[in-house]
Write a protein that binds this ligand. Structure first.
Ligand code: ISL
Length: 587
């Protein structure tokens, strides 16, 4: 073995020490940044609403075999993961969010063998699969509830929240999907009321009961053992309740019931337990529907707390509705300057801990083009592309709703009979019961109702837009003859091919994923402008959200800017933006 002299050892030691001292702080930071990278931070998650994607057997309802027939299409989008809305056995009163058997597939969607084929099909194409987990409630047809409602002595009675009738009327609780807006339902056999924050067919599960929790974890492990890659956790913030059941909500929650209902005393204890029992044992991506302000939402995703990876908030998506009314959009439109502040505030919330999400639509929302863009023939393409640029141009895991990649827009039903959604129908009854203006309500719903986002996917110009041979469960939007996948696939300038290009740009450039976001010209009422900075690169995103030519003051030298993507045939890089123009440049 070669011997070193003492002096050479001292020399090397000094050299090592000095290089440590000299290591710039940025280098340390960069190292930390590298360590924080994960696939799900870099992912675009494409949400598939199975009922509406593709119907293989002609019964009018989309199914797993239908999705299987479109695997290559999904792959062609360049996305990383899919989130499947619930496909479990369910009476479907809330389209699968009322689960009667968590470990089986609804026959309308297919069977477990179809699911396994689907999972393999996605995995073979390098796409991860996230399942929807509905853990706050199940269906009243679930075995647990069918048994529980028979007798107070049933082993399942304590799987639910009950108020014994001998104590009188239960303390008022609101229900989102109840015509009377009342969250307790009387059950004769047990002479008690059960709690349901959602429909009366969706009894809330009692997470206080350790046996229930163990059954839930076991069921989650069943799916993990199959190889699913993650969970989107429905209404998770509601699982823990204040079971002292005060008649009056504490003063700080008056007028803001969801906060109170959604932040029970044991919420994070249960999520940590779930992490220990399930999540930490697999390599999963998890995202919760989390209600509340930044400090509350951060708790779900702070890595040190060992809970979940991501959460999505509602502040941006609920923006622009008239206060105190159910989803009535302000006729004046939405104030872009305030909306920008919401996004940048949430972006900086996760600078040190956690990670954000971004979305402009999902199955609980109308089409993003109608709500946040402009669905007139003149501007539909430009504004669809603009919204895509925005979603994929921010720092957050992007959740992108099927159909938005071809610019589908709201169907805008005229009559209440045309709707299917339990939420709309119960709200309609509530307005009717208080003698409200039903015409105004239905006008408002053309913009905001959930069914607008649930119409069948528009594949081509054949019958039912190529969705399936049978009459679809919700009508197809009449514009399918021009707005469809087949036409856009062939057109290099289509909304669809723009989505693919934008997704590719994001994948190939970390600056769009991890780059720091700095809002520019923040009071500009028409333009969302921001820079992204990462490892010495600086990119500028310019988005004109209005239908007029406008200007933006970035304070930056744009003379040498090189265009990375744009939604008009030629890009403006002179501070002027055409209606709905979107452009990303490298500075
Ligand atoms: O949809 C909403 C507003 O229109 C929300 O208030 C929604 O009810 C809430 O986000 C919870 O949603 C989830 O659970 C519901 C289900 O109907 C939704 O589809 C689901 O996303 C009940 O399970």
């Amino acid at each position: 073995m070669k011997k070193f002299s003492l002096s050479s050892i001292v020399f090397f030691l000094l050299l090592a020490l000095s290089s440590c001292k000299l290591m710039p702080r940025e280098k340390e930071e960069a190292k930390k940044d590298e360590a924080k990278k994960t696939w799900w931070k870099e992912a675009t998650v494409y949400q598939i609403y199975p009922r509406s994607f593709k119907d293989s057997d002609g019964d009018g309802v989309g199914d797993l075999k239908g999705i299987i027939s479109k695997l290559d299409y999904v792959k062609s989008l360049g996305i990383d993961a899919v989130w499947l809305n619930p496909v479990y056995a369910s009476p479907n009163k809330d389209n699968g969010y009322d689960i009667s058997d968590y470990e089986n597939i609804h026959p309308q969607f297919g069977n477990m063998a179809d699911f396994d084929t689907l999972l393999k099909g996605f995995h073979d194409r390098g796409i991860k699969v996230m399942m929807d987990m509905v853990l706050n409630h199940c269906s009243d047809e679930h075995k647990w509830f069918r048994e529980a409602k028979q007798s107070r002595n049933s082993p399942y009675y304590n799987y639910f929240h009950w108020w014994p009738a001998e104590k009188g009327e239960p303390p008022y609780r609101f229900s989102i999907f109840d015509e009377k807006g009342y969250g307790w339902e009387f059950n004769k056999a047990t002479n008690s009321y059960y709690l349901h924050y959602f429909g009366d067919f969706q009894p809330d599960l009692n997470w206080e009961n350790p046996q229930l929790r163990q059954d839930i974890y076991k069921m989650m492990r069943f799916w993990c053992d199959k190889g699913v890659d993650g969970f989107r956790m429905d209404a998770l913030a509601f699982i823990s309740k204040d079971t002292t059941w005060p008649a009056e909500l504490p003063a700080e929650y008056k007028g803001s019931w969801p906060m109170y209902y959604a932040s029970g005393p044991h919420l994070h204890e249960y999520i940590q337990e779930m992490n220990k029992e399930v999540l930490s044992r697999y390599n999963l991506a998890t995202v919760a529907e989390a209600f509340g302000d930044i400090p509350r939402v951060k708790k779900f995703v702070d890595e040190d707390r060992k809970e979940l990876n991501m959460a999505y908030h509602f502040e941006a998506i609920d923006f622009g509705y008239l206060p105190g009314e159910y989803k009535m959009q302000d006729p004046k439109g939405y104030d872009l300057a305030q909306w920008k502040q919401i996004f940048t505030k949430w972006d900086s919330a996760f600078l040190d801990k956690g990670w954000g999400t971004i979305y402009l639509a999902n199955h609980d929302q109308p089409r993003m083009l109608t709500r946040w863009g402009n669905d007139t023939p003149e501007f539909r393409d430009y504004s669809s592309k603009l919204l895509t640029t925005f979603i994929l141009g921010m720092r957050a895991t992007a959740f992108y709703y099927f159909g938005d990649e071809i610019g589908m827009n709201n169907i805008k039903f005229d009559r209440v009979e045309q709707y299917n959604d339990v939420e709309l129908l119960t709200n309609y009854e509530q307005v009717k019961a208080r003698g409200g203006d039903l015409k105004r309500f239905l006008e408002g719903m053309k913009i905001s109702s959930r069914d607008n986002g649930r119409t069948p996917m528009q594949w081509d110009t054949t019958v039912n837009a190529g969705f399936g041979a049978g009459k679809p469960w919700l009508p197809v939007n009449g514009n399918y003859t021009t707005v469809n996948v087949a036409a856009q696939d062939k057109d290099p300038n289509s909304v669809l091919n723009y989505f693919r290009a934008m997704q590719k740009l994001r994948k190939e450039n970390e600056v769009l994923i991890y780059g720091k976001v700095t809002l520019l010209d923040k009071d500009n009422p028409a333009v969302f402008a921001y820079t992204r900075e990462w490892k010495g690169k600086k990119w500028l995103v310019l988005l004109n959200f209005k239908d007029k030519v406008t200007t933006v003051k970035t304070g930056l030298d744009l003379s040498k800017a090189s265009v990375k993507i744009h939604n008009y045939p030629t890009a403006s890089v002179d501070g002027t933006l055409k209606p709905y123009e979107a452009v990303i440049v490298e500075l």
